[in-house]
Design a protein around this ligand. Structure first.
Ligand SMILES: CC(C)(COP(=O)(O)OP(=O)(O)OC[C@H]1O[C@@H](n2cnc3c(N)ncnc32)[C@H](O)[C@@H]1OP(=O)(O)O)[C@@H](O)C(=O)NCCC(=O)NCCS
Length: 179
């Protein structure tokens, strides 16, 4: 599972990624709207080991998680998770990037490659994303991908010490084909 885009190389996580991962996933600001807490040095080896084999959507709940390399450095990761059953052909997409590489379109470029993989190769029917609407940078990635904002669930969860809204964005295979 390897994908090359104009500027980036997407590939499974592997031993040795711990330092680059800690650089961004270890930060408070990066985890502000993620379910996770900042990654620690102690937890990093297990984090990598649990994710190196996430390369297929062949069973319900499977995930693909790819590290995103720029000039040989891991600057982020993107994931596509089978939601519902495989027969539903629904994929939930997500992205996490190093703030030091923000503002260049890298997240959008990597996510678009994953959307292409999801629709063109894995034959998904719908790809969707969920996010806190205050996470405007993430919402803009959805919009650049052509995803539709389908709605906002008000105070949908108790999240990191407060009630949080949840916005859902989605793109259908038929809409992707028209782009
Ligand atoms: C969400 C996140 C990936 C967005 O990062 P980002 O840098 O804003 O997104 P991109 O890499 O796609 O860059 C887009 C920006 O680069 C600009 N840009 C510059 N060159 C570009 C290019 N060639 N192509 C596209 N955009 C380009 C865009 O205009 C845009 O700027 P704007 O948002 O101010 O309009 C990042 O904020 C992040 O990792 N956050 C923490 C984790 C997180 O919250 N994940 C999502 C959970 S739902």
């Amino acid at each position: 599972m390897r994908v090359t885009t104009e500027r980036l190389h997407l590939r499974p996580l592997r031993d040795g990624d711990e330092t680059d991962l800690l650089d961004y996933r270890g930060r408070d600001d990066v985890n502000r709207y993620l379910e996770s807490d900042p990654l620690t040095a102690d937890a990093a080896p297990a984090f990598v080991a649990e994710r190196t084999a996430l390369t297929h959507l062949t069973r319900d709940g499977d995930r693909i998680l790819l590290g995103v390399e720029l000039d040989g450095r891991l600057i982020g990761d993107v994931r596509l998770k089978s939601s519902g059953t495989l027969a539903d052909r629904q994929g939930e997409i997500g992205w996490v990037f190093h703030p030091g590489y923000a503002g260049h379109g890298y997240a959008t470029e990597a996510a678009r490659a994953l959307v292409r993989l999801g629709f063109d190769e894995l034959k998904l029917h719908r790809i969707w994303a969920q996010l806190d609407p205050r996470n405007t940078a993430s919402a803009r990635v959805c919009e650049r991908l052509g995803m539709r904002r389908e709605g906002v669930l008000r105070e949908e969860s108790w999240f990191k010490g407060e009630w949080a809204d949840l916005a859902v964005y989605a793109l259908l295979a038929s809409e992707w084909a028209e782009m």
